[in-house]
Structure formats: structure tokens, C-alpha cells
Design a protein around this ligand. Structure first.
Ligand code: PMV
Length: 336
């Protein structure tokens, strides 16, 4: 009753911001993303009748120390993991407690969707350990209950999460495998510390923005554009659409009550640099999730020049160059 899974984070080209149903985590709109090759979470789950309670350990990537957070500490992060395990145990008709050990290859909770890779890896590992024999579609529906964007980290490559009308129709599937288009996501990390407002809490306020309805009305057209860009490999259409979609989501965030400002000064410097680089003829576009870090989207041929320029910006911590990647999968090496 032990299994380990690895799952990639994903960058949303079309963002998920707002729920139609809180308990089921049904989103207000469908979203589209790309899995990231160098931003992964590996998670080992073991169920045993000898465990008295669930225990969740986060292996800190830099220090490799064990931050042990047993359930009685009521850390919200661990509680979410335990609630998710409850969901999965209920499906399996099993009551055994679990030990979960998890490790990220990138800074946690800094806007690089650690909840996506985290809940995708947890779902796939726990389903295997519990012998649930679920299809990919069923795994995405389960992962969605842990964290919405996690469902997009299970299928391969470029992925759409359908908003659906109920739990059975809100799932993710692969639009194209990872080798469909050799684009890059250069993550420019400007801050690795924990963000103040998590996405679950932040998006609860979406309806207080005067712009959220307009965003939803335009969404079918935005999704159509991204799909045309992907099928035709039209990089300019892809870039222009993801950039305006990102700014659109942040406009909603900044006009919520209370407002959420995820960007910092360095974020703004990078945005301005991207606009300058484009004027110089370099095809590069930005997108930003719920944090200050900036994702630079470009084609493989331009990766080196853009990475070099990004490294020269004052205030950045590091860059992570990602290719499109496979989705979540079981691996044989356990973390404990
Ligand atoms: O799935 P969550 O709760 O981590 O929310 C993700 C929200 C954004 O990253 C801002 C957008 C997205 O679609 O990934």
C-alpha cells in the first residue's frame, strides 16, 4: 500500500480564477495550460494500519530538512492533504492512515503552482497505493477536488480543463502531447518566499470585481484563439492571447474587494523589458499566475538570448527553463 508519483507544475495560458461551485471546485471557466518539465513534485504515500494518524512531511528542496507537520498542528496545507486522502480512502473503502512525504524541484508557494504538481502527484500516488485502478479522466476529477489547477498536471503536454456542469463533466484531457510544439517557459523567479494570499482564498472574492463578468463573456473567444494558435503553431497569436489573458486576470484580482496585488517592482521591470525586447524583434511574451514570478513564453530558437537577457535584470533570484512535459506518472523510487 505504498506508491510514488511525479507530477509537473503547469503554466496556464488561459487562467482559472473563480469557482462556480466551491465544494466541488467547479471553475467559472475552462482553462488551458502547458506542463513544465523542470518544475515537478515527487510524492510517496503509504497507507498502513500501524499509523495512528496521517502525517505529511515536506522535504525542503534547498536545505533537505524535514518539515514535519502532523495533523494535530492543523497547518492548513497538511489539512488539505488529509482531506484529500479522506476523499480517496472513502472511494477505496479503506480507513488506514497514511504517511506522505513530498519534495518539490522548485520554490514552494511562490506562484509556480506548487499546489498543481502537489495535488496531482498526491492523487496519482494515493490512487495507486489504494489500488483504485482509475482512468486518467477519473484521476483528473479527483485531483481537481484537491486543487483546481492540479487536474491539468495529470494529462500529457498541452491540456484543457473543461469547466463542466457537475463533477463528472469537469475534467482535464490532453489537447496535444508534449512534443507537439517546441515552446519554452522561462520562469523568472523574483521571490521564493510564501505569498500572502493563496489562490483558493484569493479567488473567493472574484465576484467583487466589476470586471469578472466581462472576462467570462469574452472567455469563449479567448479559448478559441488559443486553440487556433496551438493547432496552427501560430506563436504570435499564442503570445498575444496569453499575455492579454494574464493581464485581464490580474485586472480582476487588483479590482476585487479587498484587492490582491501579486506583482512587485521587479515583476513590473520584467514586463517592461519583455515589451522592449519585442520592439527589438525578439518574439517573447509574459504570463503570471498568483504570485510575482514571471513566465516568459518563447520558441526554442530564442531561448538562449532571452535567458541571457532575463539573467541581467536586477533583483531576480534565478531562472528555470522549461520544455513542455508529460503529465503525472508512477515512479519506482520511493522517498522513504
Ligand atoms: O488551482 P489553484 O487553487 O492553485 O489556482 C490556480 C490559479 C492560477 O494559478 C492563478 C491560475 C491557473 O489557472 O493556474
Amino acid at each position: 500500500m505504498k506508491a510514488t508519483a511525479i507530477a509537473p507544475a503547469n503554466i496556464a495560458f488561459i487562467k482559472y480564477w473563480g469557482k462556480a461551485d466551491d465544494a466541488l471546485r467547479l471553475p467559472l471557466n475552462s482553462s488551458i495550460s502547458m506542463n513544465l518539465s523542470e518544475c515537478t513534485t515527487t510524492t510517496t504515500v503509504e497507507f498502513s494500519d500501524s499509523y495512528k494518524e496521517d502525517a505529511v512531511e515536506f522535504l525542503d528542496q534547498e536545505a533537505l530538512t524535514i518539515l514535519s507537520r502532523p495533523l494535530q498542528d492543523c497547518q492548513s496545507e497538511s489539512l488539505r492533504v488529509c482531506k484529500h486522502l479522506d476523499n480517496m480512502r472513502a472511494r477505496a473503502g479503506n480507513t488506514w492512515r497514511a504517511r506522505v512525504v513530498t519534495k518539490n524541484s522548485f520554490p514552494k508557494s511562490a506562484g509556480i503552482a506548487s499546489s498543481a504538481s502537489g495535488f496531482a502527484a498526491l492523487t496519482v500516488a494515493a490512487a495507486e497505493a489504494l489500488d483504485l485502478a482509475l482512468s486518467e479522466k477519473e484521476l483528473t476529477m479527483l485531483a481537481r477536488l484537491g486543487s483546481g489547477s492540479a487536474c491539468r498536471s495529470i494529462p500529457d503536454g498541452f491540456v484543457e480543463w473543461l469547466k463542466g456542469k457537475n463533477s463528472q463533466t469537469s475534467y482535464a484531457y490532453s489537447l496535444y502531447p508534449e512534443d507537439h510544439w517546441d515552446v519554452r517557459d522561462i520562469v523568472v523567479v523574483v521571490q521564493t518566499s510564501q505569498k500572502k494570499t493563496g489562490s483558493t482564498e484569493g479567488m473567493d472574492g472574484v465576484r467583487t470585481s466589476p470586471f469578472w463578468n466581462k472576462r467570462l463573456r469574452d472567455m469563449p473567444d479567448t479559448i478559441k484563439k488559443i486553440k487556433i494558435a496551438l493547432v496552427k503553431k501560430d506563436f504570435r497569436l499564442l503570445g498575444e492571447t496569453i499575455e492579454s489573458e494574464c493581464v485581464n486576470m490580474h485586472a480582476v484580482m487588483m479590482t476585487q474587494k479587498p484587492p490582491i496585488y501579486y506583482w512587485n517592482g521587479t515583476t513590473m521591470d520584467i514586463i517592461r523589458s519583455v515589451c522592449d525586447w519585442r520592439k527589438q524583434g525578439i518574439p517573447v511574451y509574459f504570463t503570471i499566475d498568483a504570485g510575482p514570478n514571471v513566465h516568459l513564453i518563447c520558441e526554442a530558437k530564442d531561448e538562449q538570448i532571452i535567458s541571457k537577457k532575463a539573467r541581467e535584470i536586477a533583483g531576480i533570484e534565478k531562472i528555470i527553463v522549461n520544455k513542455p512535459a508529460r503529465g503525472a506518472r508512477i515512479v519506482s523510487e520511493h522517498l522513504f
